[in-house]
Structure formats: C-alpha cells, structure tokens
Design a protein around this ligand. Structure first.
Ligand code: GAP
Length: 433
C-alpha cells in the first residue's frame, strides 16, 4: 500500500473522513467528516482564528452568506474568469483538465497509447443554484471563494466597528467549485472550506511588498508552529499566466505531498495562496475608504487541505521497537482530536474500573477532549490511540489503588512515567499550555 492508500484507509476506518453519500455510490468531490475529523477540523479552525483574530489588534472577523446577489460575481470577474481548461477524450467521453498532463498521460495509457481529444474549452467553475418556488426561478451561485462576502461588507465593517486602515477582515466558511477532476482524497473537492484574511492598506507599491512578505512569513510559521515539518513547505511564485484574474502578484505556500503534480514536479502541491489583489475587488464594487481605494493583501488557505496535510505530515511508522511498525499520528496536541485517553488496566476488575472512571470524570471536568477506552488489552488500546494521534494515555492499575499514582504514556516516545493523581490536572495543563 502506498502512503495515500494508508492515509485514506486510516481516515475512513477511524472516523476522520468518509466519502460523501457513500451508501448511494458516493458523489465525486464531496466528503463527510466523522467524529474525529470534525474535532480535528474544529481545532484547526480554532487555532487559525486565535492567531488571526484574537491575538491581533488589527483584525476583525466576519461570517457572510454563502449565496449572494449574482451581480457580486459579475462585478468580481468570476462569472467571466473563474475557469479551468477542459478537454474530453473522444474514445470514452471522460473529461479532464487540459493542464493536468500527468493525468492525461495516465488516461492515454488506459487506451494503450491511443489518444483523441477535443479542443480545450474554458469551463466556468461557479456552481449554479436556483432560488424561489415558482418559474422562472432566480439564478444565483454558491460562492466560488468566500472572499467576496468580505469585500461587499467593507463599508459595513468600517462604519460599524473601530477599524482604521491598515486592518484585516478574517473569515472561515464553505466555498464551492465545479472542479473538473476532483481527487486525492479531499485535496481538490467540489465543496470545501476556506480560512482567509483580507488585509486592507493604503495603495503603495513598496509598502504592499512589505505587507505581502510579512503575511507570507506569518502563514508559513503558523503551519510550522502546529507541527508541519519545515522541509515539507516552500514558497512558489505564480507565473504571469497562472495568476488569478484578480491577482497583481501571487505566491503559494506549497506542501511536499505524496501524490503527483500536474506540473510534473513530484509532490509539491498548493497549500495556501498569498495574493496581492491590489484594488481589483474594491474598485469593481465601487467601494472606497476616505478618498481612495485601498489595496488588499490576501492569505487564503483551505481547511480541508490543511487537515489532509496535517494528517499526512503527522503519519509515522516506527519500526525501532518491533518488526511490525508502530503507526502513530504525530499531531500537535492542540490539534489532536483527543488530548488524553484514560484506561483501567483490566476491564473486568470493578475497583480498577471505578477508580479509572472517577479519574476520567475529574480530567474531563477541567481538560478538553478526554477519551475512555476499556476494550481489548492495553497494547491494543495504545495502538488504537496512537493511530488517531492521542498524545497521552493514562492507565489506572493495581498499584494506583495503593499509591495514588497512574502510568502516563507518551505517544511519540512510547515512554511511561508514574504521576500522582493529585498532580495530573496541572501536569496536563502545563503540557497543553
Ligand atoms: N480567495 C482566493 C482564493 O480562493 P485560491 O488559490 O483559488 O484562492 C485558496 O484558493 C485556497 O483554497 C487554496 O490554496 C486551497 O487551500 C483551497 N482550495 C481551493 N480550491 C480547492 C478545492 N477545490 N478543494 C479544496 N481546497 C481548495
């Protein structure tokens, strides 16, 4: 099994990511998050909001509607320009992105090297929806980026809060694109979530370069601070012909993924975009600040993509102890779905279960996300918690009943230490600080 197959299997088996509408055969590009997936996703979004809004003086939040007046998308240029080039195989009528050379070659191999393609045509990625109950229904769009909701509320935010330029508006929410070739688990989906900052500033070439560089660094460091390995991240500047219609200049943070890339470079894939949008959007919507049109630097990351890359980067197989590798997710404790798991050493010893249950209640009252497990033997429980990234396991054993101490086992080192129950809450509070 290659790494992506292992990750896909783990994600489904342990309740992180399920194929959408699976019992009806699924629907390409749509995914559901299970009990652990939703915790991980919420933790990612909480960390992002903390660093982008709560820890800053110059950023406020917003939550705009998914469906907007379609005039927004005409003004923003998305109706005309949010497109991908599409070609169709004349042999089997499957459709592909014309710029996806690896996938096209792979498809030609399926036809034993024969190839016959239609001309490339631009295909709009906005998803249409129809509103109202009587004909003619009103055509609208599911938002293709969450961004426009921020721009159309620019004046509202300025007049209803105390922000003054330079300042930012942060938002997290769902976006939808009719992607031609969704794939690689959630990497390219048709429904996905974005976490974005639009940072408004005075129009100034030199100043905007500084702000751009500042946000590049901030965003890279955020991923590193949550555990992504530095060597798996890099910046890549967009060539002129690949820049989005709104971008004056753009760079991506890329991740060294285990799957191929349309540009043929093994692995490096877009993780987050940093865009210099200049005055494109505000001037399109005819919005100004005092007597000028501000410029915008944007950071735009995908929540689903972040979740996928956090899992991939954390996935570890350790063969140093036994020939059967120990698999664990080296997730930062702030992201891990469960922070602690509590076990009674034996599930059929009433006094152990009682004590462990008491401890479970005590930890849960003060610390977030504590799990209980009394299935199978202790080795199997460690295995199960390692695989979902639980940083610490606490075992109540016979000695606990005598000395009031428990065994705390660390996920990454598999080392164990004895800690007094009365010190346990403080011990974990320090670890999670
Ligand atoms: N507002 C700017 C914008 O939407 P983008 O580069 O098209 O820019 C930003 O998207 C980020 O959103 C990407 O870097 C990626 O993380 C995420 N994203 C975009 N399309 C996606 C898709 N089809 N599936 C999952 N995530 C996607």
């Amino acid at each position: 099994m290659d790494l992506m197959e292992k990750i896909t299997s783990l994600a489904k088996r342990r309740g992180f990511i399920y194929p959408g509408s699976e019992i009806y055969g699924g629907l390409a590009g749509f995914w559901d998050y299970g009990p652990l997936g939703v915790e991980l996703k919420n933790n990612i979004k909480r960390e992002w909001w903390k660093s982008m809004v709560y820890e800053r003086e110059d950023v406020v939040g917003l939550d705009a509607a998914i469906i907007m007046n379609p005039k927004v998308w005409e003004a923003s240029g998305h109706v005309k320009s949010l497109t991908d080039p599409l070609i169709e195989c004349k042999i089997c009528h499957k459709r592909f992105r014309a710029d996806n050379e690896d996938i096209i070659r792979e498809h030609e191999r399926e036809h034993k090297g024969k190839s016959s393609w239609t001309e490339s045509k631009n295909f709009n990625l906005l998803t249409e929806v129809y509103l109202g109950v009587t004909e003619p229904k009103e055509k609208a769009y599911l938002r293709g980026e969450i961004t426009q909701g921020v721009f159309v509320n620019f004046q509202n935010v300025v007049s209803s809060s105390r922000v003054k330029i330079p300042f930012g508006i942060a938002q997290i929410g769902k976006a939808f694109r009719n992607e031609i070739t969704p794939g690689n688990l959630t990497f390219r989906s048709r429904e996905f979530e974005q976490m974005e900052l639009e940072y408004f500033m005075e129009p100034d070439e030199k100043g905007s370069k500084k702000v751009f560089e500042y946000w590049k660094k901030e965003r890279l460091n955020w991923y590193i601070s949550l555990g992504i390995r530095r060597e798996n991240l890099r910046f890549r500047e967009h060539a002129l012909d690949e820049r989005a219609h709104y971008a004056k200049y753009a760079e991506d943070i890329e991740y060294n993924s285990p799957f191929g890339s349309p540009r043929g470079e093994a692995g490096w894939k877009e993780f987050e975009g940093i865009h210099h949008r200049g005055d494109w959007d505000l001037s399109r919507h005819k919005l100004t600040y005092e007597n000028y049109t501000p410029w915008v630097i944007e950071t735009s990351g995908g929540v689903d993509r972040a979740l996928l890359f956090f899992i991939i980067d954390a996935y570890t197989e350790d063969s140093s102890i036994s020939s059967e590798p120990r698999v664990y997710l080296r997730l930062n404790p702030r992201l891990a779905p469960y922070k602690i798991a509590v076990f009674p050493l034996l599930a059929n010893k009433e006094n152990l279960v009682k004590k462990a249950n008491w401890l479970f209640g005590k930890l849960r009252a003060t610390l977030p996300s504590v799990a209980w497990d009394d299935r199978g033997n202790i080795g199997k429980r460690y295995y199960a918690q390692d695989e979902i990234g639980t940083p610490w396991c606490v075992t109540v054993d016979f000695q606990t009943l005598e000395d009031g101490a428990v065994t705390v086992r660390d996920r990454d080192t598999a080392k164990q230490e004895r800690i007094g129950v009365d010190r346990l809450v403080k011990y974990f509070e320090n670890k999670l600080a």
